[in-house]
Ligand binder design. Structure first.
Ligand code: DLL
Length: 436
Protein backbone atom coordinates (compact mmCIF):
# COMPACT_ATOMS: atom_id res chain seq x y z
CA UNK A 1 0.00 0.00 0.00
CA UNK A 2 1.11 3.54 -0.77
CA UNK A 3 -0.27 6.35 1.42
CA UNK A 4 0.00 9.17 -1.13
CA UNK A 5 0.68 7.72 -4.61
CA UNK A 6 0.24 11.14 -6.28
CA UNK A 7 3.28 12.44 -4.43
CA UNK A 8 5.24 9.27 -3.69
CA UNK A 9 5.06 8.03 -7.30
CA UNK A 10 5.35 11.39 -9.05
CA UNK A 11 7.06 11.29 -12.47
CA UNK A 12 10.62 12.60 -12.26
CA UNK A 13 10.08 15.75 -14.36
CA UNK A 14 6.97 16.76 -12.49
CA UNK A 15 8.80 16.21 -9.21
CA UNK A 16 11.72 18.40 -10.22
CA UNK A 17 9.36 21.12 -11.35
CA UNK A 18 7.56 21.02 -8.00
CA UNK A 19 10.88 21.07 -6.15
CA UNK A 20 12.03 24.07 -8.20
CA UNK A 21 8.85 26.02 -7.47
CA UNK A 22 9.09 25.23 -3.78
CA UNK A 23 12.76 26.14 -3.63
CA UNK A 24 12.08 29.51 -5.26
CA UNK A 25 9.34 30.23 -2.72
CA UNK A 26 11.51 29.07 0.18
CA UNK A 27 14.47 31.24 -0.79
CA UNK A 28 12.22 34.29 -1.10
CA UNK A 29 10.72 33.47 2.32
CA UNK A 30 14.01 33.07 4.20
CA UNK A 31 15.59 36.06 2.43
CA UNK A 32 12.86 38.29 3.78
CA UNK A 33 12.44 36.68 7.20
CA UNK A 34 15.84 35.42 8.38
CA UNK A 35 18.63 38.04 8.49
CA UNK A 36 21.24 35.24 8.68
CA UNK A 37 20.26 33.86 5.25
CA UNK A 38 19.85 37.32 3.71
CA UNK A 39 23.37 38.23 4.80
CA UNK A 40 24.82 34.95 3.54
CA UNK A 41 23.10 35.37 0.17
CA UNK A 42 24.19 38.99 -0.12
CA UNK A 43 27.77 37.92 0.52
CA UNK A 44 27.42 35.63 -2.51
CA UNK A 45 25.75 38.38 -4.53
CA UNK A 46 22.57 36.34 -4.73
CA UNK A 47 18.95 37.48 -4.81
CA UNK A 48 15.86 35.31 -4.52
CA UNK A 49 15.19 35.86 -8.25
CA UNK A 50 18.42 34.00 -9.06
CA UNK A 51 16.90 30.76 -7.81
CA UNK A 52 14.31 29.56 -10.34
CA UNK A 53 14.80 25.83 -10.83
CA UNK A 54 15.98 23.05 -8.53
CA UNK A 55 19.33 23.00 -10.37
CA UNK A 56 19.98 26.51 -9.02
CA UNK A 57 20.28 25.06 -5.53
CA UNK A 58 24.06 24.71 -5.92
CA UNK A 59 24.34 28.52 -5.91
CA UNK A 60 23.02 28.68 -2.35
CA UNK A 61 25.20 28.73 0.78
CA UNK A 62 25.51 25.74 3.11
CA UNK A 63 24.23 25.78 6.69
CA UNK A 64 26.02 23.93 9.49
CA UNK A 65 25.19 22.85 13.02
CA UNK A 66 27.56 25.58 14.18
CA UNK A 67 25.39 28.18 12.40
CA UNK A 68 22.40 26.85 14.33
CA UNK A 69 24.32 27.02 17.59
CA UNK A 70 25.60 30.53 16.87
CA UNK A 71 22.03 31.68 16.33
CA UNK A 72 20.71 29.98 19.47
CA UNK A 73 17.89 29.88 20.36
CA UNK A 74 15.59 31.49 17.77
CA UNK A 75 17.91 33.28 15.34
CA UNK A 76 17.09 31.05 12.36
CA UNK A 77 13.37 30.92 12.97
CA UNK A 78 11.48 32.36 10.00
CA UNK A 79 7.91 32.37 11.34
CA UNK A 80 6.75 34.78 14.06
CA UNK A 81 6.57 33.24 17.54
CA UNK A 82 2.75 33.34 17.46
CA UNK A 83 2.83 30.81 14.59
CA UNK A 84 5.09 28.33 16.41
CA UNK A 85 3.09 25.60 18.13
CA UNK A 86 5.87 23.24 19.21
CA UNK A 87 9.57 23.23 19.99
CA UNK A 88 12.00 20.31 19.90
CA UNK A 89 15.70 20.34 20.63
CA UNK A 90 18.62 18.14 19.82
CA UNK A 91 21.47 17.95 22.26
CA UNK A 92 24.97 17.71 20.96
CA UNK A 93 27.93 16.55 22.98
CA UNK A 94 29.08 20.13 23.54
CA UNK A 95 27.64 23.63 23.44
CA UNK A 96 24.09 24.82 23.02
CA UNK A 97 21.39 22.45 21.89
CA UNK A 98 19.73 23.09 18.55
CA UNK A 99 16.26 24.52 18.98
CA UNK A 100 13.69 23.81 16.27
CA UNK A 101 10.28 25.52 16.18
CA UNK A 102 7.39 24.02 14.20
CA UNK A 103 4.29 25.74 12.83
CA UNK A 104 0.98 23.87 12.55
CA UNK A 105 1.72 23.38 8.85
CA UNK A 106 5.10 21.81 9.70
CA UNK A 107 3.49 19.38 12.13
CA UNK A 108 0.91 18.43 9.46
CA UNK A 109 3.66 17.81 6.88
CA UNK A 110 5.57 15.73 9.42
CA UNK A 111 2.51 13.60 10.21
CA UNK A 112 1.89 13.13 6.48
CA UNK A 113 5.50 11.96 5.98
CA UNK A 114 5.21 9.60 8.94
CA UNK A 115 1.97 8.14 7.55
CA UNK A 116 3.67 7.48 4.21
CA UNK A 117 6.42 5.67 6.07
CA UNK A 118 4.15 3.58 8.29
CA UNK A 119 2.01 2.59 5.30
CA UNK A 120 5.13 1.45 3.47
CA UNK A 121 5.88 -0.80 6.46
CA UNK A 122 2.42 -2.34 6.11
CA UNK A 123 0.97 -0.64 9.21
CA UNK A 124 -2.78 0.04 9.03
CA UNK A 125 -5.67 1.22 11.21
CA UNK A 126 -5.87 -2.32 12.59
CA UNK A 127 -2.48 -2.12 14.26
CA UNK A 128 -1.74 -1.38 17.90
CA UNK A 129 1.46 0.64 17.84
CA UNK A 130 3.85 1.13 20.73
CA UNK A 131 6.01 4.25 20.42
CA UNK A 132 9.07 3.59 22.58
CA UNK A 133 11.19 6.51 21.42
CA UNK A 134 11.62 9.13 24.14
CA UNK A 135 8.81 11.67 24.36
CA UNK A 136 9.97 15.20 25.12
CA UNK A 137 12.44 17.46 23.42
CA UNK A 138 13.69 14.52 21.33
CA UNK A 139 11.68 14.29 18.10
CA UNK A 140 11.32 10.48 18.11
CA UNK A 141 8.38 10.07 20.49
CA UNK A 142 5.99 12.82 19.45
CA UNK A 143 7.02 12.65 15.79
CA UNK A 144 6.09 8.98 15.39
CA UNK A 145 3.08 9.40 17.69
CA UNK A 146 1.43 12.00 15.46
CA UNK A 147 2.08 9.87 12.39
CA UNK A 148 0.44 6.82 13.93
CA UNK A 149 -2.61 8.89 14.93
CA UNK A 150 -2.80 10.49 11.50
CA UNK A 151 -2.82 7.01 9.96
CA UNK A 152 -5.56 5.93 12.34
CA UNK A 153 -3.79 3.03 14.07
CA UNK A 154 -3.99 2.77 17.86
CA UNK A 155 -1.05 4.48 19.47
CA UNK A 156 0.39 3.34 22.81
CA UNK A 157 2.71 6.16 23.98
CA UNK A 158 5.08 3.91 25.90
CA UNK A 159 8.11 6.23 25.69
CA UNK A 160 11.34 4.96 27.28
CA UNK A 161 11.86 3.57 30.78
CA UNK A 162 10.10 0.66 32.41
CA UNK A 163 11.16 -2.08 30.03
CA UNK A 164 9.45 -4.85 32.03
CA UNK A 165 6.19 -2.92 32.01
CA UNK A 166 6.59 -2.45 28.29
CA UNK A 167 7.15 -6.17 27.77
CA UNK A 168 3.96 -6.93 29.73
CA UNK A 169 2.00 -4.39 27.66
CA UNK A 170 3.28 -5.91 24.42
CA UNK A 171 1.87 -9.26 25.50
CA UNK A 172 -1.33 -8.16 27.25
CA UNK A 173 -2.46 -5.61 24.62
CA UNK A 174 -1.39 -7.73 21.67
CA UNK A 175 0.75 -4.88 20.36
CA UNK A 176 1.56 -5.47 16.69
CA UNK A 177 3.99 -2.66 15.85
CA UNK A 178 6.88 -1.07 17.68
CA UNK A 179 9.07 1.99 17.18
CA UNK A 180 12.33 2.43 19.11
CA UNK A 181 16.08 2.58 18.61
CA UNK A 182 17.57 -0.70 17.35
CA UNK A 183 19.73 -0.97 20.48
CA UNK A 184 16.64 -0.63 22.65
CA UNK A 185 14.87 -3.30 20.57
CA UNK A 186 17.69 -5.68 21.49
CA UNK A 187 17.45 -4.74 25.14
CA UNK A 188 13.70 -5.27 25.03
CA UNK A 189 14.24 -8.69 23.45
CA UNK A 190 16.59 -9.57 26.27
CA UNK A 191 14.14 -8.49 28.98
CA UNK A 192 11.29 -10.35 27.27
CA UNK A 193 13.40 -13.51 27.23
CA UNK A 194 14.38 -13.06 30.90
CA UNK A 195 10.70 -12.70 31.82
CA UNK A 196 10.04 -16.06 30.17
CA UNK A 197 7.83 -14.56 27.45
CA UNK A 198 8.27 -16.25 24.09
CA UNK A 199 7.96 -14.37 20.80
CA UNK A 200 5.05 -16.67 19.91
CA UNK A 201 3.09 -15.15 22.80
CA UNK A 202 3.55 -11.72 21.23
CA UNK A 203 1.74 -10.37 18.18
CA UNK A 204 4.56 -8.09 17.08
CA UNK A 205 4.96 -7.99 13.30
CA UNK A 206 6.48 -4.60 12.37
CA UNK A 207 9.32 -2.55 13.85
CA UNK A 208 10.32 1.05 12.95
CA UNK A 209 13.95 1.33 13.98
CA UNK A 210 16.23 4.31 13.63
CA UNK A 211 17.74 7.38 15.34
CA UNK A 212 21.15 5.65 15.35
CA UNK A 213 23.18 3.62 12.86
CA UNK A 214 22.49 -0.09 12.67
CA UNK A 215 23.59 -2.92 10.44
CA UNK A 216 21.96 -5.76 8.48
CA UNK A 217 23.29 -8.21 11.08
CA UNK A 218 21.56 -6.27 13.80
CA UNK A 219 18.34 -6.30 11.77
CA UNK A 220 18.51 -10.10 11.47
CA UNK A 221 19.10 -10.44 15.19
CA UNK A 222 16.19 -8.16 16.19
CA UNK A 223 13.84 -9.80 13.71
CA UNK A 224 14.71 -13.24 14.89
CA UNK A 225 14.37 -12.43 18.60
CA UNK A 226 11.23 -10.29 18.47
CA UNK A 227 9.51 -12.16 15.63
CA UNK A 228 8.86 -9.06 13.53
CA UNK A 229 10.05 -7.40 10.34
CA UNK A 230 12.34 -4.48 11.09
CA UNK A 231 12.33 -1.37 8.88
CA UNK A 232 14.71 1.54 8.82
CA UNK A 233 13.49 5.04 9.63
CA UNK A 234 15.87 7.97 9.26
CA UNK A 235 15.63 11.61 10.18
CA UNK A 236 17.11 14.50 12.12
CA UNK A 237 15.61 17.26 14.19
CA UNK A 238 17.19 20.11 12.23
CA UNK A 239 15.24 18.98 9.16
CA UNK A 240 12.08 17.64 10.86
CA UNK A 241 12.58 14.52 12.98
CA UNK A 242 11.91 10.85 12.19
CA UNK A 243 10.86 10.09 8.65
CA UNK A 244 12.92 12.30 6.47
CA UNK A 245 13.32 8.91 4.76
CA UNK A 246 11.79 5.45 5.13
CA UNK A 247 12.24 1.95 3.80
CA UNK A 248 9.59 0.32 1.63
CA UNK A 249 8.87 -3.40 1.34
CA UNK A 250 11.88 -3.80 -1.00
CA UNK A 251 14.24 -2.74 1.83
CA UNK A 252 16.89 -1.58 -0.60
CA UNK A 253 17.61 1.90 0.72
CA UNK A 254 15.25 4.45 2.26
CA UNK A 255 12.99 6.71 0.15
CA UNK A 256 13.46 10.39 0.93
CA UNK A 257 10.29 12.46 1.18
CA UNK A 258 11.65 14.49 -1.70
CA UNK A 259 8.70 16.81 -2.15
CA UNK A 260 9.56 18.24 1.29
CA UNK A 261 13.28 17.53 1.79
CA UNK A 262 15.68 18.00 -1.10
CA UNK A 263 18.81 15.82 -0.77
CA UNK A 264 22.29 16.35 -2.16
CA UNK A 265 25.49 14.37 -1.62
CA UNK A 266 28.67 16.40 -1.42
CA UNK A 267 32.32 15.67 -0.92
CA UNK A 268 32.84 16.89 2.68
CA UNK A 269 36.36 18.09 1.84
CA UNK A 270 35.71 20.03 -1.40
CA UNK A 271 31.95 20.65 -0.84
CA UNK A 272 31.38 19.73 -4.50
CA UNK A 273 28.25 17.71 -5.42
CA UNK A 274 28.81 14.02 -6.03
CA UNK A 275 26.95 11.87 -8.52
CA UNK A 276 24.43 9.15 -7.71
CA UNK A 277 25.94 6.06 -6.15
CA UNK A 278 28.97 7.86 -4.68
CA UNK A 279 29.39 8.05 -0.90
CA UNK A 280 29.62 11.50 0.62
CA UNK A 281 27.95 13.84 3.08
CA UNK A 282 24.19 14.15 2.96
CA UNK A 283 22.83 17.69 2.67
CA UNK A 284 19.17 18.66 2.98
CA UNK A 285 17.08 21.69 2.08
CA UNK A 286 13.63 21.84 3.66
CA UNK A 287 11.41 22.78 0.70
CA UNK A 288 8.18 23.46 2.57
CA UNK A 289 9.07 24.15 6.19
CA UNK A 290 7.83 27.43 7.61
CA UNK A 291 8.93 27.42 11.29
CA UNK A 292 12.68 26.96 10.94
CA UNK A 293 13.51 26.17 7.31
CA UNK A 294 17.11 25.37 6.44
CA UNK A 295 19.08 25.84 3.24
CA UNK A 296 21.56 23.10 2.31
CA UNK A 297 22.03 21.78 5.84
CA UNK A 298 25.17 19.66 6.21
CA UNK A 299 24.02 16.61 8.16
CA UNK A 300 27.51 15.08 8.59
CA UNK A 301 25.87 11.74 7.78
CA UNK A 302 27.79 9.76 5.20
CA UNK A 303 25.82 7.77 2.63
CA UNK A 304 24.96 7.70 -1.07
CA UNK A 305 21.84 8.33 -3.14
CA UNK A 306 21.04 5.12 -4.97
CA UNK A 307 20.79 5.15 -8.75
CA UNK A 308 17.92 3.38 -10.53
CA UNK A 309 14.23 2.83 -9.89
CA UNK A 310 12.70 0.98 -6.97
CA UNK A 311 10.35 -1.89 -7.89
CA UNK A 312 7.82 -0.61 -5.31
CA UNK A 313 6.75 2.16 -7.70
CA UNK A 314 7.78 5.06 -5.51
CA UNK A 315 9.87 7.57 -7.43
CA UNK A 316 11.36 9.27 -4.37
CA UNK A 317 15.11 8.78 -4.49
CA UNK A 318 16.57 6.25 -2.03
CA UNK A 319 19.48 6.84 0.29
CA UNK A 320 21.76 4.01 1.38
CA UNK A 321 22.10 3.21 5.06
CA UNK A 322 24.28 5.64 6.99
CA UNK A 323 27.88 4.50 6.78
CA UNK A 324 28.97 6.79 9.59
CA UNK A 325 29.28 10.47 10.31
CA UNK A 326 32.00 12.69 9.00
CA UNK A 327 32.38 13.95 12.55
CA UNK A 328 32.18 10.76 14.64
CA UNK A 329 34.58 9.01 12.41
CA UNK A 330 37.46 7.80 14.54
CA UNK A 331 40.97 8.15 13.26
CA UNK A 332 43.06 5.51 14.95
CA UNK A 333 46.73 5.52 14.14
CA UNK A 334 45.80 7.30 10.94
CA UNK A 335 43.14 4.84 9.88
CA UNK A 336 39.53 5.95 9.50
CA UNK A 337 37.26 3.73 11.54
CA UNK A 338 33.51 3.96 11.81
CA UNK A 339 31.87 2.34 14.83
CA UNK A 340 29.38 0.72 12.43
CA UNK A 341 32.24 -1.17 10.75
CA UNK A 342 33.33 -2.57 14.09
CA UNK A 343 29.73 -3.56 14.76
CA UNK A 344 29.55 -5.43 11.46
CA UNK A 345 32.66 -7.40 12.36
CA UNK A 346 31.40 -8.22 15.88
CA UNK A 347 27.95 -9.29 14.76
CA UNK A 348 29.51 -11.49 12.11
CA UNK A 349 31.07 -13.60 14.89
CA UNK A 350 28.47 -16.01 16.29
CA UNK A 351 30.02 -16.17 19.77
CA UNK A 352 29.61 -12.38 20.24
CA UNK A 353 26.43 -10.78 21.52
CA UNK A 354 25.39 -7.45 19.95
CA UNK A 355 26.47 -5.38 22.98
CA UNK A 356 29.80 -3.64 22.65
CA UNK A 357 31.81 -0.52 23.42
CA UNK A 358 34.72 1.23 21.76
CA UNK A 359 37.21 3.04 23.97
CA UNK A 360 40.05 5.05 22.47
CA UNK A 361 43.07 6.13 24.53
CA UNK A 362 46.41 7.66 23.68
CA UNK A 363 49.46 6.29 25.47
CA UNK A 364 52.99 7.44 24.59
CA UNK A 365 51.56 9.12 21.49
CA UNK A 366 50.05 5.88 20.32
CA UNK A 367 46.33 5.41 19.82
CA UNK A 368 44.94 2.35 21.55
CA UNK A 369 41.52 1.05 20.58
CA UNK A 370 39.84 -1.17 23.13
CA UNK A 371 36.81 -3.12 21.99
CA UNK A 372 34.65 -4.57 24.73
CA UNK A 373 32.04 -7.06 23.64
CA UNK A 374 29.77 -9.42 25.51
CA UNK A 375 30.00 -13.12 24.80
CA UNK A 376 26.81 -15.02 24.21
CA UNK A 377 25.61 -17.10 27.14
CA UNK A 378 25.44 -20.27 25.01
CA UNK A 379 29.10 -19.91 24.11
CA UNK A 380 30.33 -19.46 27.69
CA UNK A 381 28.26 -22.38 28.92
CA UNK A 382 30.52 -24.73 26.98
CA UNK A 383 33.64 -24.14 29.08
CA UNK A 384 32.79 -22.51 32.39
CA UNK A 385 35.67 -23.91 34.44
CA UNK A 386 38.42 -22.44 32.29
CA UNK A 387 39.29 -19.09 30.77
CA UNK A 388 40.42 -20.75 27.56
CA UNK A 389 37.29 -20.01 25.52
CA UNK A 390 37.48 -16.34 26.45
CA UNK A 391 41.10 -16.02 25.45
CA UNK A 392 40.38 -17.84 22.21
CA UNK A 393 37.45 -15.57 21.48
CA UNK A 394 39.46 -12.44 22.24
CA UNK A 395 42.05 -13.57 19.75
CA UNK A 396 39.43 -14.41 17.15
CA UNK A 397 37.78 -10.98 17.45
CA UNK A 398 41.12 -9.19 17.33
CA UNK A 399 42.17 -11.15 14.23
CA UNK A 400 38.88 -10.41 12.47
CA UNK A 401 39.09 -6.70 13.28
CA UNK A 402 42.63 -6.63 11.99
CA UNK A 403 41.83 -8.34 8.72
CA UNK A 404 38.66 -6.33 7.98
CA UNK A 405 39.59 -2.89 9.31
CA UNK A 406 43.40 -3.05 9.24
CA UNK A 407 43.64 -1.96 12.85
CA UNK A 408 44.91 -3.74 15.92
CA UNK A 409 42.54 -3.57 18.83
CA UNK A 410 42.71 -4.70 22.40
CA UNK A 411 39.72 -6.97 22.78
CA UNK A 412 38.00 -7.60 26.09
CA UNK A 413 35.29 -10.21 26.25
CA UNK A 414 32.63 -9.29 28.79
CA UNK A 415 30.11 -11.41 30.64
CA UNK A 416 26.57 -11.48 29.22
CA UNK A 417 24.53 -8.57 30.59
CA UNK A 418 27.52 -6.69 32.02
CA UNK A 419 27.61 -3.68 29.65
CA UNK A 420 25.15 -0.86 30.32
CA UNK A 421 21.95 -0.94 28.25
CA UNK A 422 20.41 2.19 26.71
CA UNK A 423 16.83 3.21 26.18
CA UNK A 424 17.50 6.07 23.79
CA UNK A 425 20.45 6.40 21.48
CA UNK A 426 23.27 4.11 22.54
CA UNK A 427 26.54 5.69 23.62
CA UNK A 428 28.98 3.27 22.11
CA UNK A 429 32.19 5.27 21.79
CA UNK A 430 34.36 6.85 24.50
CA UNK A 431 37.29 8.80 23.11
CA UNK A 432 39.68 9.62 25.95
CA UNK A 433 42.30 11.22 23.72
CA UNK A 434 43.02 14.83 24.44
CA UNK A 435 43.80 16.19 21.02
CA UNK A 436 44.53 19.87 20.85
O1 DLL B 1 17.30 10.85 15.75
C1 DLL B 1 15.30 11.61 14.65
C2 DLL B 1 14.78 10.22 14.62
C3 DLL B 1 13.99 9.77 15.63
C4 DLL B 1 15.05 9.40 13.54
C5 DLL B 1 13.45 8.49 15.59
C6 DLL B 1 14.54 8.12 13.47
C7 DLL B 1 13.74 7.65 14.49
P1 DLL B 1 18.39 13.63 16.02
O2 DLL B 1 18.33 13.35 17.48
O3 DLL B 1 18.48 15.04 15.59
O4 DLL B 1 17.09 13.08 15.33
O5 DLL B 1 19.60 12.80 15.43
C8 DLL B 1 19.83 12.79 14.05
O6 DLL B 1 20.77 10.53 14.16
O7 DLL B 1 21.89 12.85 11.69
C9 DLL B 1 21.95 10.44 12.13
O8 DLL B 1 23.31 10.63 12.42
C10 DLL B 1 21.31 9.61 13.23
N1 DLL B 1 20.22 8.78 12.67
C11 DLL B 1 18.90 9.00 12.70
N2 DLL B 1 18.23 7.98 12.11
C12 DLL B 1 19.17 7.11 11.67
C13 DLL B 1 19.14 5.87 10.97
C14 DLL B 1 16.66 11.77 15.31
N3 DLL B 1 18.00 5.27 10.61
C15 DLL B 1 21.01 11.88 13.71
N4 DLL B 1 20.32 5.29 10.67
C16 DLL B 1 21.19 11.76 12.22
C17 DLL B 1 21.50 5.85 11.03
C18 DLL B 1 20.44 7.63 12.02
N5 DLL B 1 21.58 6.99 11.69
Amino acid sequence: MIWNPIKECMPEEQKRELQGKRLHKLVDYVYHNVPFYRKKMQELDLEPGDIQTIDDIVKLPFTTKQDLRDNYPFGLQAAPQSEIIRIHASTGTTGNPTIVGYTRKDIDVWSECMSRCLTAYGVSRNDIFSVAYGYGLFTGGLGVHYGVENLGATVVPTSTGGTQKHAKLLKDLGITALACTPSYALHLAEVIEQMGITKEELKLRVGAFGAEPWTENMRQEIQQRLGLKGYNIYGLSEIMGPCVSYECECQDGSHINEDHFYPEIIDPATLQPLERGKDGELVFTTLTKTGMPVLRYRTRDLCSLLPGDCPCGRTFVRMSSIKGRSDDMLIIRGINVFPSQVESVLLGIPECAPYYRLIVDRKNNLDILTVQVEARQEYLAQGVDTLAPITALERKVADRLKSVLSISALVQIKMPGSLERFEGKAKIVTDNRKLV
